[in-house]
Design a protein around this ligand. Structure first.
Ligand code: PLP
Ligand code: COI
Length: 338
């Protein structure tokens, strides 16, 4: 495959196959492969009208040994089930989820970026209500599908420090809403503020808790973490997405002899962090140079502003090293596919 692997960005690209499965009459049908990037859909489908949908995001990596590795795809399977429960979608059994991920990756092997390019294969599972309803109630039919594409870094700078802006005039999610689920409505709610952030030269927005506007929630499509006094600090909040990357970094920080502190993180605490970063599948670890609070007229800066700090760098190298097979996977997080 002749692609400019080093300069991919995070964009839709047609690959060879997607996989699909339909839930009808109370049960899941056969998992099928398709070369078509479109789906025929009823104009009354609940995903179109009432946002009855959930998605996932994970990656496949090619190692120096040329083998293909998946990272914790069982956790994505569990999270999709939690999202399904939260908005009454038909639940995808974890075995079906993992079978579908493995199948679609192997069918698109030639799109898995070579080792050393910094790129990977992004895997996007999607579960949508395809049965028609006009009253606000769950569909009786669902489609579960997965497509893939090779991607580079989500934030253009990659691992290099970015600037973010605190969002005070929009909320991504309410305290008892759906912020902890991976459902499309949360992302629709974030579009205006993220577009504004981009227009003003920021990589993304930092959302605060919707109730008090006092605590950090998360950073666009990634969780926040801060480092100080040998401690990995990350917000506990009911309205953020529990990130599998964050969960992994907590374990790695613990293994490195750091304390791990998961609790509400007041915005004012930003002055005390030696390093700060955003983490997620797409974002991997993106270090933060500064966070601007325009309304309060405060700029929080981290590190020397040019390169990621030593702890962030170590966490990044360890995480990526496990994902692509350079480092021993003592946690049993990866699954080798071939
Ligand atoms: N927060 C939000 C809102 C996200 O969309 C994502 C991406 O999935 C994350 C955090 C990071 O989660 P994960 O590490 O599981 O990809
Ligand atoms: C991911 O990190 O996989 C995500 O889902 C982020 C995405 C919304 C760009």
């Amino acid at each position: 495959m002749d692609l400019d692997w080093q300069n991919l960005g995070f964009n839709i690209m047609k690959t060879d196959y997607n996989v699909r499965c339909v839930f009808k009459d109370g049960k899941w049908g056969k998992l099928e492969a398709s070369t078509d990037d479109h789906i025929p859909i009823h104009i009354g489908a609940t995903c179109l009208h009432y946002g009855q949908q959930s998605f996932e995001g994970l990656k496949a990596y090619r190692g120096a040994d040329d083998r293909i590795r998946l990272f914790r795809h069982n956790e994505n399977a569990k999270r999709l089930r939690r999202s399904a429960k939260g908005i009454l979608l038909a639940e995808v059994p974890e075995e079906l989820f993992m079978e579908a991920v493995e199948k679609v990756v192997l069918l698109n092997k030639r799109f898995i970026p070579p080792y050393g390019t910094g790129a990977s294969l992004y895997i996007r599972p999607l579960l949508i209500g395809t049965g028609p309803e006009v009253g606000v109630r769950p569909a009786r039919e669902y489609t579960f599908l997965i497509f893939v594409m090779p991607v580079g870094p989500y934030f253009k700078s990659g691992f290099k420090p970015v600037d973010m802006v605190i969002c005070r005039d929009h909320d991504r999610a309410a305290p008892h809403g759906t912020g902890h689920l991976k459902v499309g409505g949360n992302y629709a709610a974030s579009m205006v503020s993220i577009a504004e952030a981009h227009k003003n030269g920021f990589a993304t927005t930092v959302y605060l808790d919707a109730k008090e506007k006092k605590y950090i929630d998360e950073c666009g499509p990634a969780n926040f973490f801060g480092i100080k006094e040998n401690t990995y600090v990350t917000p506990r909040s009911d309205s953020i997405l529990p990130s599998i990357t964050n969960m992994s970094l907590q374990a790695l920080a613990g293994e490195m002899g750091m304390k791990v502190d998961i609790r509400p993180v007041p915005v004012t605490e930003l002055t005390t962090f030696e390093e700060a970063g955003a983490c997620g599948t797409a974002a991997v670890i993106t270090s933060i140079r500064k966070i601007v609070d325009q309304e309060m007229n405060i700029v929080y800066t981290f590190g020397d502003g040019f390169k990621p700090g030593p702890v962030t760098t170590r966490l990044y190298e360890t995480l990526v090293g496990i994902q692509n097979g350079d480092l021993e996977d003592s946690f049993g997080w990866t699954k080798i596919l071939d």
